[in-house]
Design a protein around this ligand. Structure first.
Ligand SMILES: Nc1nc2c(ncn2[C@@H]2O[C@H](COP(=O)(O)OP(=O)(O)O)[C@@H](O)[C@H]2O)c(=O)[nH]1
Ligand SMILES: [Mg+2]
Ligand SMILES: [Zn+2]
Length: 288
């Protein structure tokens, strides 16, 4: 049997890229899957029969995203724009946390630096120094090459709200990608890839990439409120609080609160923490 990765699914047909010869095969699921109610996802590693044109087996997933529906992702590149649209830090923090919960390596791209000033960039650097950071302009082709080494040999997903330049960046990185961007979609061009469905593209060197449509809201799930602080990596140095069980929201002698007051922890990041802590608390209360 051959081993491959699902690039896309249309109806009951799946396009699978063979990991041996890197060719694409259009396959159906073997009947047994329908009984077991297993739904393959883009990114699934599968074993297939070339002659029968069937998928025989799906490997256990290392992780799984619901929105967008993707499996086995190594890296996420969360794209924001410095301006037009301006950064929504709460949404960005939610995207970071959701990725970390799914054990996906986080990279942050701040695009449209042609519209930015130094002060904004410095502030962002201070907030997110714990992740690989890229400040790019797809329009002017700035700092784009530095992203390649992080993509190579991995399964990557580009995500972020719509209009920040995800498709523009991918077209710069891989000119044969030919993704539709905002400005050209208005002209109704044919033969462009639109990003309405989940789809992985093979870009050589064992590198797979998914562009995703934008979204504007997101809730975090899969963790308890008590675990939330672990996903704010810069809090780690300040959790030796007075009470051994501390929510870091209002307790006396809380080292996190002290660090925020002293600007050792960024205020915006702490505000995201408080907001998400309360959201998880609310969700917990609704559960009972
Ligand atoms: N000024 C500026 N505009 C950009 C840049 N990158 C993309 N854009 C524009 O932003 C709009 C949205 O880009 P698009 O790639 O479709 O964003 P997506 O929705 O995230 O895929 C388009 O009009 C692009 O031409 C950039 O670096 N600077
Ligand atoms: Mg796009
Ligand atoms: Zn505390």
């Amino acid at each position: 049997m051959d081993k491959g990765i699902i690039l896309k699914g249309v109806g009951s047909f799946y396009t699978v890229c063979s990991l041996n010869d890197k060719r694409e095969y259009t396959l159906r699921l073997r009947g047994i899957f329908r009984k077991e109610k297993v739904t393959p996802k883009v990114g699934d590693i599968v074993y297939f029969n070339k002659e029968e044109e069937t998928i025989e087996k799906i490997d256990k997933r290392k992780n799984e995203l619901v929105r967008p529906p993707l499996a086995n992702i190594d890296n996420v590149f969360i794209v924001s724009a410095i301006k037009n649209p301006k950064v929504n830090f709460l949404l960005l923090d939610k995207m970071i946390i959701n990725s970390l919960i799914n054990k996906i390596k986080v990279h942050l791209i701040f695009n449209k630096i042609d519209l930015s000033n130094e002060k904004q960039i410095e502030e962002i650097k201070e907030m997110y120094s714990m992740y690989p950071l890229f400040f790019t302009s797809a329009k002017e082709g700035l700092n784009i090459d530095s992203i390649y080494p992080y993509l190579k040999g991995k399964t990557n997903v580009f995500t972020g709200v719509s209009g920040v330049g995800k498709s523009s960046l991918l077209n710069k990185l891989y000119p044969n990608f030919n993704l539709e961007t905002n400005s050209v979609s208005k002209k109704i061009q044919r033969g462009k890839h639109t990003t309405r469905h989940s789809e992985l593209f093979y870009e050589g060197d064992n590198t797979f990439i998914a562009d995703t449509p934008g979204f504007s809201s997101l809730s975090i799930s899969g963790i308890e409120k008590e675990e939330l602080w672990e996903y704010f990596e810069e809090f780690e140095d300040f959790t030796d609080c007075k009470f051994s069980v501390c929510s870091h929201t209002n307790e006396p002698g809380c080292k996190v609160i002290e660090a925020v007051k002293n600007n050792w922890i960024n205020k915006n990041r702490y505000e995201s923490y408080l907001y998400l802590y309360n959201a998880l608390k609310q969700e917990e209360e609704n559960r009972y």
